[in-house]
Structure formats: structure tokens, C-alpha cells
Design a protein around this ligand. Structure first.
Ligand code: NAP
Length: 350
């Protein structure tokens, strides 16, 4: 359930990046969410920014650059939905301007950039950054987390996950399967199991004939946690049939599995048909709506509670070891990072 704002305050939002997810967030703010007005947009492609203003009937200004948008007096908070490589620069500018920032995943594409963000936020002395890990807001994942925490399954032994996309963009690379796709599992398993990863092995099975030369698809990630839980994640970004996310947690006493979104089954000619969703927008629609509404609500009261920069850093940190394993074709051990006191509340309560 999306919690609407009870006060009559309005958050003036600026959105950088008006591609797929930037437009999705603009649309949900314009049509559905409360307590928010999109007052500024910016994109590399200036025509796209202007087009979005017209399409969604926004009373907004199209800024020449993301940095100008961040500095604009009328902008209270920022959503960064431009390509991953641009995130660090914008997040750092946002912190310098003292504005609340919702940054789509990844927080940044290198560990060094993530560290710079952690340092800047700690220097500022207050949480300003949230990372777009929307699975945290998904009721099905929340129920899985409750089951794990309840200890009803007994000690957790293994987990199996699947992350399939119908088709990937033409310029998608083998590395992006880790930094853009697996990154969601890297974050959500830390949260579900409340443990850190200690090693990873990336495996390249037989390649599908449906992809360009530069892309190894599918891939498998094998992750081991501190207590020895083994997690396998199948990543198949050109599976053809639809968008499919699965997650099964196996304990000593039982198993808990993530359900697919409800669809009405149809029985016809001695067969049962069930719709499969085509994309992430539909699969996680409710989670995205809750995620952005809660970000709005929390900006209005001045305290962010969603996935923080530490979670963004940790996902990028583990992804870096996955990239090493992908390159070298061997298991890579990773040291456990110490969470700074500034983010400790997150490590314990999330
Ligand atoms: P997209 O459709 O390619 O949109 C990105 C937009 O940003 C494009 O219009 C691009 O313009 C623009 N852009 C590039 N560099 C820029 C810059 N320096 N300043 C301003 N705008 C710039 O990509 P997308 O699918 O929306 O993804 C955007 C981000 O969201 C990525 O980090 C992605 O990983 C993340 N994402 C998250 C989820 C999720 O589930 N949470 C889902 C989808 C995407 P050009 O096309 O001209 O380069």
C-alpha cells in the first residue's frame, strides 16, 4: 500500500535523466503519487527533457545540465536516473548543495567513487542519499525477510535465484550483467540474510545464439556468505520469453519462495495459460510506487530511511569481486568491509 502524505507540504523535485526509468518516475509523480511536484528536468538529450515536460504536462524547467538543476533554488530534492557512470558526479554535487538525493542503482560504478560519496555524506553529517534498490519495498521480499528473521526455516543453508530479462539493449556487455543486473541480488541477499559475502565464482555456461559477440549470456554467480550459506544466481538477460525473477531460501526445516506477480490463469483446449510479465516496470510496479512515495514523505519530514549509500557501496564492492572472477575464471575471496558508525543503524535494522 502506498502511504500518501498527510500534510499539505509539497516536495519540489528535480529529475536528471529522462530515459526509461526517469520517465517512469516522472509519470508516477505526475499521475499518482502525492506531496510532490516535478519542477525541473535535465537530460544529455535536451529535446528529450523538453518532450517529457510536454508529454506529462509538467510545470517544469528543462535545465542545460544536471549540475545546474542541482543548484537551482526551486529544487528541494533530486532523482538521478541518468546512466550509471554519471551518478557519482551528480551525487557528490547534490551532497555539496545539501539536497536529498535519490540515486538509481548503481550508486556509482567504482569502489573509489562510492567511497568518495560515503566520505562526503559523513562530512556533511546527515543522511542525504538513498539508492534505488526497490526490492526492499516489495511486499514479497519483505515477507521472505520476515520468514528468515522468524527462524521458522531453521538455519539457512542455501538460496537459489533467477534474474531473467526478455532482451538486453544492443550495447549490453558481460560486465553489465554484473554491474546492472546481478547488483540487485547482491544488495537483496545481504539484506535478506543479514550477512556479508566472503567469496564469489562467476561461471559462463554455453552461450545463447541470440546475442552479440561482446555479451556472455547466460551467466551464473555462486556466492558464499560468512556462515557458509551458498547462493546461486542465474543471470539470463536474453531469455526471450519474458521478465522473470525467482528467489528460494532453503533452511534446515523448510523452504520459502518468492511468488510471481498474480496473473489470471486461463484454461482453454485442455491447457492452462498464465501471463508472464514482459518487463521490470510491471513486475515491481507497486514497489517502485512505494519507494518513491516514501522518499517524498521522508524528504518532507527531513529524515531518509530507505536503502542508504552504504548499501550502494557494498553492492558495488561485491560487484567488483564478481568482475574479477568473471575475468579470471576462478573463485575470488573478498574481505568483509567494516560498516562506519555513521551507517551502523542501517546494518542492524535493515
Ligand atoms: P536510459 O533509458 O538509457 O536513460 C538514461 C538517460 O540518461 C538517457 O536519456 C541518457 O541520454 C541520459 N544521460 C546520459 N548521460 C547523462 C548525463 N551526464 N546527464 C544527464 N542525462 C544523461 O537508461 P535507464 O534504463 O532509464 O537507466 C537509468 C539508470 O537507472 C541506470 O543507472 C540504471 O541502472 C537504472 N535503472 C534502475 C532500475 C531499477 O530496477 N531500479 C531499472 C532500470 C534502470 P542519452 O541516451 O542521450 O545518453
Amino acid at each position: 500500500m502506498v502511504k500518501t502524505v498527510s500534510s499539505n507540504k509539497i516536495l519540489k523535485l528535480g529529475i536528471i535523466g529522462t530515459g526509461a526509468i526517469g520517465q517512469d518516475h516522472i509519470k508516477r509523480c505526475a499521475d499518482f503519487l502525492s506531496g510532490v511536484e516535478v519542477v525541473a528536468v535535465s537530460d544529455m538529450n535536451k529535446e528529450s527533457a523538453q518532450h517529457v515536460i510536454e508529454t506529462y504536462g509538467l510545470n517544469a524547467k528543462a535545465y542545460e545540465s544536471g549540475k545546474d538543476l542541482i543548484q537551482a533554488k526551486e529544487v528541494d530534492a533530486i532523482i538521478i536516473a541518468s546512466s550509471g557512470k554519471t551518478h557519482a558526479e551528480y551525487v557528490l554535487s547534490g551532497i555539496q548543495a545539501g539536497k536529498f538525493i535519490f540515486c538509481e542503482k548503481p550508486l556509482a560504478t567504482t569502489i573509489e567513487e562510492c567511497k568518495a560519496i560515503l566520505e562526503a555524506e559523513q562530512r556533511y553529517g546527515k543522511r542525504l542519499v538513498q539508492v534505488g534498490f526497490m526490492r526492499f519495498y516489495d511486499r514479497r521480499y519483505q515477507e521472505l525477510k520476515n520468514i528468515v528473521q522468524s527462524k521458522k526455516l531453521g538455519p539457512i543453508l542455501m538460496a537459489h535465484a533467477v534474474h531473467r530479462n526478455q532482451k538486453s539493449p544492443k550495447d549490453f556487455t558481460s560486465e553489465m550483467v554484473i554491474t546492472d543486473t546481478l547488483i540487485h541480488e547482491l544488495d537483496i541477499f545481504r539484506w535478506l540474510l543479514n550477512e556479508e559475502f566472503v567469496s564469489v565464482t562467476m561461471i559462463s555456461p554455453r552461450k545463447t545464439s541470440k546475442v552479440e559477440q561482446q555479451l556472455q549470456d547466460p551467466q551464473l554467480a555462486l556466492l558464499t556468505t560468512q556462515s557458509g550459506i551458498e547462493i546461486d544466481v542465474e543471470l539470463f538477460v536474453n531469455c526471450q520469453y519474458g521478465y522473470d525473477i525467482r528467489c528460494e531460501i532453503v533452511g534446515e526445516e523448510g523452504v520459502a519462495s518468492l511468488p510471481a506477480p498474480a496473473a489470471v490463469p486461463m484454461c482453454l483446449g485442455e491447457k492452462r495459460y498464465e501471463r508472464i510479465w514482459a518487463n521490470w516496470q510491471d513486475w515491481f510496479l507497486e514497489a517502485y510506487n512505494i519507494e518513491i512515495q516514501e522518499f517524498i514523505n521522508e524528504c518532507l519530514v527531513g529524515e531518509l530511511k530507505g536503502p542508504d549509500a552504504w548499501r550502494g557501496y557494498m553492492a558495488t564492492y561485491v560487484a567488483e569481486f564478481c568482475l574479477q572472477s568473471q575475468k579470471k575464471g576462478v573463485e575470488i575471496a573478498m574481505p568483509v568491509s567494516k560498516c562506519p558508525d555513521f551507517y551502523q543503524y542501517d546494518c542492524k535494522s535493515h
